[in-house]
Design a protein around this ligand. Sequence first.
Ligand SMILES: Cc1cc2nc3c(=O)[nH]c(=O)nc-3n(C[C@H](O)[C@H](O)[C@H](O)COP(=O)(O)O)c2cc1C
Length: 186
Amino acid sequence: MNNTLDIIKKRRSVRNFKPEQIADSEIAAIIDAGMYAPSGRGDQSWHFTIVQNAELLHELSEAVKRIYASLDNPFLQSQGKSEKYHLYYHAPTAIIVSGNKDALLPQLDCAVCVQNMLLAAESLNIGSCWISGIDLLAATEEGCPILEKLNIPDGYKPYFQVALGYKKNEDLKAAPRKENLINFIR
Ligand SMILES: Cc1cc2nc3c(=O)[nH]c(=O)nc-3n(C[C@H](O)[C@H](O)[C@H](O)COP(=O)(O)O)c2cc1C
């Protein structure tokens, strides 16, 4: 099965990964799909940082969790305070997508880029999950030195992340879709 419409419906956020690493060729295909996303003014403002170091992923996870724990939002606060919660769900690979600050719409460019990557991962039967939080690190004293370890080029801001790995559980169900959200005017 590799019909785009089927892939769109089959993709789910995967939060349970096998520990084995995915292939570099699979990562290359996923990033290539990201690079073919539309972008405001055609800026292609994205940059990709691939992190496969479990220690650094743990460090990033802990730093973002500490910020979540300090926020007013009860959902994020409970994630931040949960001992069990790991930002990347122990995925063997995380890709950080950063946007060029000089672009017209870098955050939106990075968002559509990420969606292309999630769909590409599904088409290769690789589990993926959109991961937030990386954008919060730049605003904290603790986060800045950790961000420096990522070598994100000057002029780029990290917006989103994608956790990637082989799926442990293939059978994830989509939530029912909301209804009555379409108006035709003819
Ligand atoms: C902007 C955005 C941010 C998200 N951030 C996270 C996140 O930090 N952690 C996570 O586990 N899932 C995250 N998700 C995944 C959503 O939770 C998920 O898409 C939603 O629950 C629907 O499930 P599905 O992707 O399986 O259809 C994010 C999704 C989007 C679009």
